[in-house]
Design a binder for this molecule. Sequence first.
Ligand code: PHE
Length: 349
Amino acid sequence: MDPLEPVVTPSQTPAEPLRVAAESSSALEELATLDREPDVEAWRVRWLGRRSQLALALRGLGRLPASERAAAGRALNQAKKELTEGCRNRLAELREQATRRLGALDVSLPGRPLPRGGLHPITLTERAVVAAFAAMGFHVIEGPEVELDYYNFEALRIPADHPARDAMDTFWLAPPEGADARRSRPLLLRTHTSPNQIRFMEANDPPIRLIAPGRTYRNEATDATHEWMITQTEVLAVDRGLTLAHLKGTLYEFARRLFGEDREIRFRCDYFPFVEPGVEVSVSSPGGWIEILGAGMVHPEILARMGYDPEAYTGFAAGLGVERIAMLRHGIRDIRRFYENDLRFLRQF
Ligand code: PHE
């Protein structure tokens, strides 16, 4: 009978310990082919664990005839020692290989490039606008996008029946849940950043030099130069002795910083109820003049209502259209590109 053939008897026969010991050499061959630590661990459980053939044979030694016990014991213990050492050595080898591989790993080698996010072109332009005014001593404030009729219109001299409201088609909001509709004050999405002028003047005294960037909303049809949501930046300065010359100087300096020395800019008269006089500023482009902002001297009636002495203080204000400015800087022809979320467009900035 082949000594390696399993012996199928309920109790151990004298031949079995020797067969088990003999099998250890094939176990060692198998061990040499394993190159993952978990596989080595599985191997250890199978060959050296409490339920392994070897453990069973060792436990059965006492049942062997005394004459065979010593030889069988020696063979089994020898096998156990070889397997245990083999296992320890293999693990050490694998760990050393892993360390060597790490040492040879060049983390600077170019792999597949990771997709990288970037700032939106409007964010970039808004930051450039803010930086230009910050360099001239203006500080940044922010106000709510959901605004009261009072700040967006009334306090800016645009009463309910004023035609200027027609130019700013408004997204009106339902009164908050549970509010008494007749007594709650009308809410809207701000149509411009000018409400920030009122909010700040109500709570502060001159001198004032602020800018207020943010989103504004108008319920109007979109086309290549109109969006229903645009980003504006409000500018407000109030102090003794400010004149239209200060406004022009400030806006020229702003344009020089954003568009360089060579771009032409144009001032023309315009009308806004909250300034007197009012102007609009356009910048030259290959396709003609593009209006980028409205501005003017703060209406004395507003200064007086804010508790400032309009004989002593004057102010200038401007509202810049950030999308239009970004279009001019990058030669973009259609304002709608900014909010289509087309990565082929956005990746260019
Ligand atoms: N708020 C005006 C608009 O959005 C622009 C503006 C701001 C005009 C400040 C004058 C002064 O059209």
